[in-house]
Design a protein around this ligand. Structure first.
Ligand code: LMR
Length: 393
């Protein structure tokens, strides 16, 4: 049965964790995976999460099944965070939200549902994009193509090229858009750019699929939702995959959601019924703990304020690290773009050969594309990382 099975390559991001774990050098640094580490190099357990977990433990709740689409209070809280509590979409009950296994799980159930609706359209992802976007949509049976996005010369978005690429897509094509803190480049569209993208999506009959895994890591919870809010105003149907892995530091709990914006409540009811079939045949229903914690925090004024403050601290610490790296590299060129980029990542411009040298000679791990996770820098490793980068460039 298995004699012809070929050895698959390591995952370009999570595979780095395996290599990092096996590295015995004490001063190794993992700038690969998109995980926020605190000033001491630890994945934080947020105070808001700790308090919500304590209350849950004390309540000694039974462990029954969740509904197929998850905890209703959680789904409602997700909707408010994404669309705004006063959104007419929510009042009109036009949004279907299902708890999902992280942002990846949300993309997967969305992809499976879309494939049942229209298997022959292509899925367009940005060039470059998160490595798993292509694999995930191809795995769901779609052909995946790219639209232009990053301009290496300006370290910005080539908006005209992007719009040109979208205009060439066939009607019904699915367009995956990073709503904020673009992964891997750290460069986002401005509000006016988003309006032009939305116009193009409408004009060419495209299906937007927004991926928002870093809400709160750019400019703040509300500001980072701008793309979602603009699409909501545009009255086009669209999908949103969202995640609390990073913003609640709940990576291993797999807490995300898929939201689908429909034209009417009647449509939403039908879409929800079909989405539940997709979920039921994938993993039946989602796990309880992480989503219960998030729902408790988001639905409790004090805990929510604590969480927002903690998220703000994470955002500010990343900014400080960006500044620190830019300053330390200033003697070797203009690295101001590192400070200007947003979210956890910097598209450093390092070549794959330079990334290999960083790992081999210095024990510093980065993604082969040159993406580095700035959120893994701290005062203890910043000098070493900057010196190593200076040595390989
Ligand atoms: C990343 O891009 O590093 C994160 O989104 C983690 C992952 O699953 O790849």
């Amino acid at each position: 049965l298995f004699s012809a099975v070929e050895l698959a390559p390591r995952d370009p991001i999570l595979g780095l964790n395996e290599a990092f774990g096996a590295d015995t050098r004490p001063d190794k640094v993992n700038l690969g995976v998109g995980v926020y580490y605190d000033a001491n190099g630890h994945v934080p357990l947020l105070r808001a999460v700790r308090e919500a977990e304590k209350a849950r433990l004390e309540a000694q709740l039974p462990r029954g099944y969740l509904p197929i689409d998850g905890i209703a209070l959680y789904d409602a809280a997700v909707q408010k965070l994404l669309f705004g509590a006063a959104s007419p979409l929510l009042a009109e009950r036009r949004v279907v939200t299902a708890q999902a296994l992280g942002g990846t799980g949300a993309l997967k159930i969305g992809a499976d549902f879309l494939h049942r609706l229209n298997p022959s359209v292509p899925v367009a992802i940005s060039n470059p994009s998160w490595e798993n976007h292509r694999a995930l949509f191809e795995g769901a049976g779609f052909q995946v193509v790219e639209y232009p996005y990053y301009d290496a010369a300006t370290h910005g978005v080539d908006v005209e090229a992007m719009l040109g690429g979208l205009a060439k897509l066939p009607k019904g094509a699915i367009v995956v858009l990073h709503a904020c803190c673009h992964n891997p480049t750290g460069v986002d569209l401005g509000t006016e750019d988003w309006k032009r993208v939305i116009e193009s999506v409408r004009e060419h009959g495209l299906v937007p699929f927004l991926d928002i895994a870093y809400q709160g890591f750019g400019d703040g919870i509300e500001a980072d939702a701008i793309a979602v809010r603009l699409f909501a105003e545009a009255r086009v149907p669209f999908f949103v995959a969202s995640s609390f892995s990073k913003s609640f530091s709940l990576y291993g709990e797999r807490v995300g959601a898929l939201s689908i914006v429909t034209d009417s409540h009647d449509e939403a009811v039908r879409v929800q019924s079909q989405l539940k079939r997709v979920i039921r045949t994938n993993y039946s229903n989602p796990p309880t703990h992480g989503a219960a914690v998030v729902a408790a925090v988001l639905n409790h004024d004090d805990l929510r304020a604590t969480w927002e403050a903690e998220l703000g601290e994470m955002r500010e610490r990343i900014r400080t690290m960006r500044r620190g790296l830019t300053q330390r590299l200033a003697a070797h060129g203009d690295f101001g773009f590192i400070e200007a980029q947003r979210g956890m990542f910097s598209y450093s411009g390092l070549s794959s050969a330079q990334v290999d040298r960083l790992r081999a000679e210095f024990g510093i791990y980065a993604v082969g594309t040159g993406r580095i996770c700035v959120a893994a820098l701290n005062d203890g490793n910043l000098d070493r990382v900057a010196e190593a980068i200076a040595r390989v460039i």
